[in-house]
Design a protein around this ligand. Structure first.
Ligand code: HEC
Ligand code: HEC
Length: 201
């Protein structure tokens, strides 16, 4: 035994050194990892933004997808109810002049494809009177060079690209948007920085 040790001494020393170095590397890595984790946590706390209040409850702004309503990505959220389409014929105010107006009626089953455009049955200039519908405006007949066409422009053919039905859904994300008329009125009254009233739709 002692004989074989003396004979293989360099081998034993090399083995021992290797094990010692491995242990050292492991301990160093563990200590470094712990320090980094702690640093990460303090940074996270410092960068945490204020919580935002929405109609659906408190949502953390770090949640990139507000539709998840703060439910962690590895958990399944209970689905929201389907919001009702309002079929009331009551037009909503436009938030800015070139906003496509929202549709004040249901559009279930209205076909819009290559062969037919159900919307234009009522909204074409020629049919509007008969159906008491507002005709699409001139912009809907203009091509990209601002030339007027006889029939609806291809750029305005698929109405739902821009117009959406009105629903009773609450705001997903709170906001303080004010239209320009209100901003100007507030500026005139000298209360330009007055807090905006939150709209619900
Ligand atoms: C059966 C006739 C009819 C059809 C089909 C129809 N609409 Fe209407 N639409 C109306 C009438 C009438 C109004 C006026 C408000 C009301 O009475 O609901 C209106 C109002 C609108 C408005 C509001 C305009 C404004 O100035 O506020 C939009 C936008 C609109 N419709 C888009 C559409 C779209 C898009 C489609 C197809 C998916 C469509 N409509 C299909 C009859 C129709
Ligand atoms: C590329 C977006 C876009 C598409 C597609 C589009 N619209 Fe519009 N629409 C608008 C905008 C923007 C307005 C408001 C400003 C204007 O009149 O151009 C508007 C206004 C309207 C109005 C109100 C007109 C008025 O004088 O108040 C009606 C009605 C309407 N659109 C119906 C339709 C119908 C029906 C279609 C499909 C055939 C359609 N729109 C396709 C953007 C679009």
């Amino acid at each position: 035994m002692s004989n074989s040790f003396t004979r293989n001494r360099p081998l034993w020393i090399a083995g021992g050194l290797t094990v010692a170095v491995m242990v050292l590397v492991f301990v160093a890595g563990w200590l470094f990892g712990r320090a980094d984790e702690k640093h990460e946590r303090t940074r996270e706390v410092a960068a945490r933004p204020a919580q935002a209040e929405t109609a659906l409850g408190r949502t953390d702004l770090r949640q990139l997808d507000p539709l998840r309503r703060g439910v962690p990505v590895d958990q399944e959220a209970a689905p929201q109810p389907m919001w009702r389409v309002q079929n009331t014929d009551v037009r909503r105010e436009r938030a800015y002049p070139m906003q496509p107006p929202t549709i004040p009626h249901a559009i279930d089953g209205y076909q819009v494809d290559k062969n037919s455009n159900r919307c234009m049955l009522c909204h074409a200039r020629a049919n509007a009177e008969k159906f008491q519908a507002p005709p699409v405006s001139v912009t809907h007949y203009m091509d990209r060079d601002d030339q007027f066409l006889a029939s609806i422009s291809a750029r305005r053919y698929f109405c739902n690209q821009c117009h959406v039905v009105q629903t009773d859904a609450p705001l997903l994300v709170g906001n303080t948007f004010q239209d320009i008329d209100r901003v100007l009125a507030a500026a005139e009254a000298g209360t330009a920085t007055a807090p905006a009233t939150e709209r619900t739709q």
